[in-house]
Design a binder for this molecule. Structure first.
Ligand code: NIG
Ligand code: FE
Length: 402
């Protein structure tokens, strides 16, 4: 199949967006076989050409940080915060993450599949073809495994690739409130080996913060993950600068996420590893944070920047990656090009996926056709969905092209 007459944002090379003004993409066996200017398209293969009418074609979007699977909701806390309560205070009083833990423990697997499917559908409508989903609202071994199974199941029942992260170190469960060391032990010695054995997690994540895990506790989790050969990620420097990102860089983390409080020293540390900086403007927006992530330093040290919804019931009930791109531009000063790179090429890096995120020969043929002429149009509007069609592994799975 040749997708012809497209404006191509390949996200490769040095040109902004890797733009090819009048391009074509040849897809064979679910992979991109060729991409380039239309006039150079391999002639012998143009039998099954589809005219895309000059519209924009991008890689499939990748949401590289979500907490999509959870029970209950936290609209009440949204209301409490608007009545003056602080996010950290709600958490200390047993609300916050712990209230979602209670609801998630109670929910049956089917209910979780059901509620998460509705949320997932919102993302897929906007061209998401790969999503990362974290556990972290179960905390006990059984519920963490239940969440990860639900995440895997979503990948089997929807047109999307699901990548999972075990986030047992999200917060301390009520039953371990007075014995943090024992909980860290449970995560490292019991939960992680069981989850790795069942192949339920593709990576291990933690929340390093004053209200969550210390640097020393986080390091124990990283060491255990490393022993099992699992890559790591970290919620770091969201509300304060504890030095979590530096630790993550030492463990060659795939990504450090949030990082509003990261300083230049920390940026230099992650620049020396393969670690991607994942910005989460949804949480910044909902928590009305004032501290901006160090975008200038990230650029200066050439750290790849990704962006993600952080979809979760507390700090970021955001169900739109396009909105997130807009927020990254308006709130953090990213360019629309950086925003698109942040949900394609760099989001793939943040998940350690080398086979997607760009339009280049050999990569997975996950593509989105937009009712748009220029790639800059994607981050520009709020609440408009210009997605015309989604192509996954070379097949049209949503919308139509004609
Ligand atoms: O990424 N920062 C920690 N975890 C989530 C919030 C989870 C919650 O509030 O339920 C986040 O923002
Ligand atoms: Fe998160």
């Amino acid at each position: 199949m040749l997708f012809s007459h497209v404006k191509l944002a390949t996200m490769t090379g040095v040109q902004p967006y890797g733009l090819i003004a009048d391009g074509a993409v040849l897809v064979e066996d679910g992979r991109i076989a060729w991409a380039g200017p239309r006039q150079d398209a391999p002639r012998e293969k143009t039998g099954k050409a589809v005219d895309c009418g000059g519209r924009l074609l991008t890689p499939g979007l990748i949401d590289c940080h979500t907490h999509l699977v959870y029970g209950g909701n936290r609209a009440n806390e949204f209301e409490m915060r608007l009545n003056g309560a602080a996010y950290a205070d709600i958490a200390k009083a047993g609300g916050g993450i712990l209230s979602t833990v209670r609801a998630t423990r109670e929910a049956a697997e089917d209910e979780l599949v059901q509620s998460a499917s509705v949320r997932l559908e919102s993302l897929l409508r906007e061209g998401v073809t790969t999503i990362e989903i974290k556990s972290g609202y179960g905390l006990d071994v059984e519920t963490e495994m239940k969440m990860l199974k639900v995440a895997r199941k979503l990948g089997e029942t929807h047109f999307v690739d699901v990548v999972t992260s075990y986030l047992g170190a999200h917060t301390f469960p009520a039953e371990y409130r007075d014995d943090h060391a024992a909980y860290v032990d449970l995560v490292c010695a019991k939960a992680l080996p069981a989850i790795a054995e069942a192949k339920l997690a593709d990576a291990v994540d933690a929340f390093c913060e004053g209200i969550a895990f210390s640097v020393a506790e986080t390091e124990k989790v990283f060491a255990a993950a490393k022993k099992l050969g699992l890559p790591i990620k970290l919620h770091a420097e969201q509300l304060s600068n504890l030095g979590g990102a530096k630790l993550a860089a030492r463990y060659d983390a795939l990504s450090v996420d949030h990082i509003e409080y990261l300083d230049e020293d920390g940026v230099e540390a992650i620049a020396r590893s393969r670690t991607v900086a994942v910005l989460l403007p949804g949480a910044f927006y909902y928590l009305k944070e004032k501290q901006h992530p160090p975008v200038a330093a990230l650029r200066k040290h050439k750290v790849p920047i990704a962006i993600a919804t952080d979809l979760n019931p507390g700090s970021s009930p955001v169900h739109s990656l396009l909105t997130t791109m807009n927020m990254a531009c308006v709130l953090f000063g990213l360019t629309p090009e950086e925003a698109l790179r942040g949900v394609t090429a760099n989001a793939a890096l943040a998940l350690g996926l080398k086979d997607r995120g760009r339009i280049a020969p050999g990569l997975k043929a996950d593509l989105v056709l937009w009712n748009a002429e220029r790639p800059g149009d994607l981050a520009y509007p709020l609440g408009l969905n210009p997605c015309a069609a989604v192509i996954r592994d070379g097949a049209i799975v949503r919308g139509q092209i004609g």
